[in-house]
Design a binder for this molecule. Structure first.
Ligand SMILES: *Cc1c(COP(=O)(O)O)cnc(C)c1O
Length: 361
């Protein structure tokens, strides 16, 4: 069982969809692609008249790079990036590669991207035309307050981009109410599909103006969008057919289990059980409970002698894969709460760590 931020443990029924081969020109495949696109808009609370779902081959980063490289014009545009972890940092790195002018607003990794700081930076930088922030910063598992930030940035006439990679499907997001221009996620996180494509929920009036912006042919989000729209769900270039069918099944299972609200509840229960159980065993979380997401939890090493690799190997032998830490200045490790993971699984994990701690620590 994977207790990781994705790829994560998926259901047998999702995996079994990949046993059939499909042709990409087939009408049925195009219809199923359209069904995926329509369902994604519902999950994002983004009406079809105003938004379009654009799928992009590759991992989540390909979708982020495609969005930044297409949304931001080559001239007279400046991107502000609010950064409190590795994924915010990655957007700055993408901007460097693509020669996009950017203003980085850096926060500590265990602090949310706070609106008042962003507001004063926006006042100091009237040249900013685009704004990007990560929703759940998977580096630590902190949940940034996009409900506060995005409507205010949007009201200033700035194009808004949210990397909701690890939260979409597991945390409710009201894309239209926020006035959000681009929401980015991927097939292998909270929808509980397998890796293979990214997805972008784009506001039509915004993406309609991005023709010719792209710095890359393969990652041209505008051209990808137009191909889906004009050819009834036909992907541009070869698509990950098996992954699309697994994803369609994952969407059905998400709805059958009660949608995003029910999934959020299950993940939150996993997270609370994990955090409380670990505290009893002497493991302190990196992130304060009030800004902790239900997605993934970071724990500080309990002592200087703590050997993460040894705990990792022990849990692996007993059926669980956990994740190393990514916080720059704190020795930590991470345990994911997402995927086909339920309360009894967390109980079992805690029991194993308890036994391990008695022997090793
Ligand atoms: C997973 C993730 C990504 C994308 O990572 P890939 O390895 O390219 O799939 C981007 N942002 C966040 C916040 C993530 O959790």
């Amino acid at each position: 069982m994977l207790l990781t931020p994705g790829p994560l443990t998926t259901s047998e029924t999702v995996k079994s969809q990949m046993l059939v081969d499909h042709g990409t020109w087939d009408d049925e495949y195009k219809r199923d692609t359209q069904a995926v696109r329509a369902e994604l808009l519902k999950l994002a609370n983004a009406p079809q008249e105003d938004y379009a779902a654009v799928l992009m081959q590759g991992s989540g980063t390909f979708a982020v790079e495609s969005t930044l490289g297409t949304a931001v014009p080559k001239k007279n545009a400046v991107l502000m990036i609010a950064i409190n972890g590795a994924y915010g940092q990655r957007m700055a790195q993408i901007a460097d590669y693509l020669d996009i002018r950017h203003v980085d607003v850096a926060f500590a990794e265990d602090e949310i991207t706070d609106w008042s700081r962003i507001q004063s930076e926006l006042t100091a930088h009237p040249e900013v035309t685009h704004f990007a922030v990560v929703h759940c910063e998977t580096t630590t598992g902190i949940l940034n307050p996009i409900e506060t930030i995005i409507p205010k940035v949007h009201a200033m006439g700035i194009t808004t981009i949210v990397d909701a990679m690890s939260s979409f499907g597991g945390v409710p997001i009201n894309t239209a109410d926020l006035g959000l221009d681009y929401l980015i996620s991927s097939s292998n996180k909270c929808v509980q599909g397998v890796p293979g494509f990214g997805l972008v929920i784009a506001k039509r009036t915004t993406i309609d103006q991005t023709k010719g912006n792209a710095r890359s042919l393969a990652l041209d989000l505008y051209d990808q969008y137009r191909t889906f729209e004009e050819h009834d769900g036909k992907w541009r270039f070869t698509s990950p057919t098996h992954v699309v069918y697994a994803f369609l099944q994952a969407l059905r299972e998400l709805n059958a289990a009660g949608g995003v609200t029910a999934r959020n509840r299950r993940y939150a229960e996993n997270e609370a059980k994990l955090r409380e159980g670990m505290a009893k065993l002497g493991y302190e979380p990196v992130i304060k409970a009030d800004v902790q997401s239900p997605i993934i939890t970071s724990f500080k090493y309990p002592s200087q002698q703590f050997d993460f690799q040894a705990l990792y190997e022990y849990l692996k032998k007993n059926g669980f894969i956990i994740y190393p830490g990514k916080v720059s200045n704190i020795d930590s490790f991470r345990i994911g709460n997402i995927g086909q993971v339920f309360a009894p699984d967390i109980d079992q994990l805690l029991e194993l760590i308890k036994q391990y701690s008695v022997v090793e620590v």
